[in-house]
Unconditional design. Structure first.
Length: 454
């Protein structure tokens, strides 16, 4: 059995906490049956698998699920991140890839994902807030980074000192120029045109004035317009005409900028759905978010269809199990009642961990079967119906997989149960769930930067 070293860290900006071993093969599903590794435990109601109090034998399927191991974990496969970046990079070449690692890399961990993506050939990192970009710099990452959503309180001087490229939609231009003047630096900016999304981005009627002023500031030497960009609104619905209209508006905006004397080296508009569906949207760089995490933005198209590998796997130990009679209600609101005597398993993940409260009937892989959640998801837990034939003592301490890769429930099934997108499911997995990193370079990628190690 191949054993990988796994770095565990608390999600949301912490760093390596401790290491654990994880069996990469021999993942056992199916109960009851001969356990790959057995522990003698207390009683059918044992809540700590592995403690000896009686003669029952409870299978413990994973080394990390032994007492003291991970109770719940989002396992991030950094080899999958690399694979996905390489897959997309070869598709869009000669356009370059910006790896979008905002929002803690959609919940996967910004620093380890950024390191993996850069190793796989990403040329740029995308971090929506300057604070996110600075966190990457603090981890020793010196690759180009673009940050594009600012407020009046954004620390532009710190961004310039850290060499972070700044998106500019309008009002930011003067404060950035002022910060550059004060620091004696040349700010690198990417002007953003709103081609139809209606969020940030400069409206078309103000674009001539913005580009003209940027050209003046470029001549003064306080800034360099390194890029011009925009963002799609409906690229995940390829049949809609608006994407083509946005590309037309982008071309017009590039022409206005050219007439103003600007010569940006990087024009970029495509997100994952845009780069997948429109080769005419690749320009000089694509901004790759969801696809890097191995997920598909296109309805009816799976990760496998795209040659991508989901990078996040969410699993936990079953915390408890019990037999209940017909008629037993479950969880707040008693929205589900057992139709027959059955066995229920308690899954120790809830909405405080990022599991959507409304996700009822979502799949959980348990004992080799895909079972369904029943009743409301609560703050810390939810319940799965195992059916009448399962003995509770065979379940406690076994692994439950909410979503993952091949042979496991897809993230999309949870998104469907919660009436949302795969984007939201992975991004909202909260810092309470430790992240474990696997992959050839996992230990180095997840390591805390020099000087911050305990
Ligand atoms: C401006 C911008 N570019 C690129 C992306 C990445 O999008 P996707 O995850 O669809 O690749 C995002 C994410 O929402 C974004 O806001």
């Amino acid at each position: 059995m191949r054993v990988l070293r796994v770095r565990l860290r608390q999600g949301g900006g912490g760093h390596a906490q401790h290491s654990a071993t994880r069996a990469s093969s021999g993942r056992r599903r199916g109960f009851p049956g001969p356990p790959p590794r057995c522990r003698t435990v207390t009683s059918p109601r044992a809540d700590r698998p592995g403690r000896r109090r009686g003669s029952r034998v409870v299978p413990v399927h994973h080394p990390e699920l032994t007492p003291g191991g991970a109770e719940r974990v989002a396992t991030i496969d950094l080899d999958a991140i690399e694979h996905n970046v390489r897959t997309i990079a070869s598709k869009v070449a000669p356009a370059r890839v910006m790896a979008v690692v905002k929002a803690d890399a959609y919940g996967h961990g910004a620093v380890p994902v950024a390191r993996a993506a850069l190793r796989a050939g990403a040329a740029f990192l995308g971090a929506v807030h300057v604070s996110e970009a600075l966190a990457l710099r603090a981890a020793g990452i010196d690759a180009p980074i673009l940050s594009w959503l600012h407020t009046a309180s954004t620390d532009f001087p710190a961004a310039l000192a850290a060499g972070v490229d700044l998106g500019v939609s309008g009002w930011e231009l003067e404060p950035i120029a002022e910060a550059a003047r004060a620091a004696g630096r040349t700010a690198r900016v990417h002007l953003k045109i709103d081609t139809g999304l209606g969020r940030n981005g400069c409206p078309a009627d103000l674009w001539p004035a913005l580009t003209a002023r940027a050209a003046e500031l470029e001549a003064e030497g306080v800034l360099r317009v390194a890029g011009i960009f925009s963002h799609f609104s409906v690229a995940d619905e390829p049949e809609r005409p608006e994407t083509g209209e946005q590309l037309g508006a982008f071309e017009a905006a590039l022409e206005v900028a050219r007439a103003a004397g600007l010569r940006p080296e990087t024009r970029h508009i495509a997100n994952t759905p845009g780069l997948l569906t429109r080769t005419d949207a690749h320009y000089d760089m694509v901004r790759l978010g969801l696809g890097m995490y191995g997920l598909s933005p296109l309805e009816g198209v799976t990760s496998a269809d795209l040659g991508l590998r989901p990078a996040m796997r969410l699993s936990c130990q079953v915390a408890a199990a019990k037999r209940v009679p017909a008629g037993q209600g479950v969880s707040y609101g008693l929205r589900w009642h057992a139709q027959r005597p059955t066995t229920l398993a308690l899954i120790p993940l809830g909405y405080a961990d990022g599991i959507p409260r409304i996700a009822e009937g979502a799949p959980v892989l348990l004992g080799g079967r895909v079972l369904r959640s029943v009743g409301r998801v609560a703050m810390d837990q939810f319940v799965v119906d195992l059916g009448p034939d399962v003995a509770p003592e065979d379940v406690v301490g076994t692994e439950a997989v909410l979503f993952g890769g091949e042979g496991e429930p897809p993230v999309e099934a949870w998104a469907e149960a919660a009436s949302t997108l795969n984007y939201e499911i992975v991004t909202r997995i909260s810092p309470r769930v430790p992240r474990a990193y696997v992959g050839a370079h996992a230990a180095a990628d997840a390591a805390a930067p020099e000087g911050t190690r305990p």
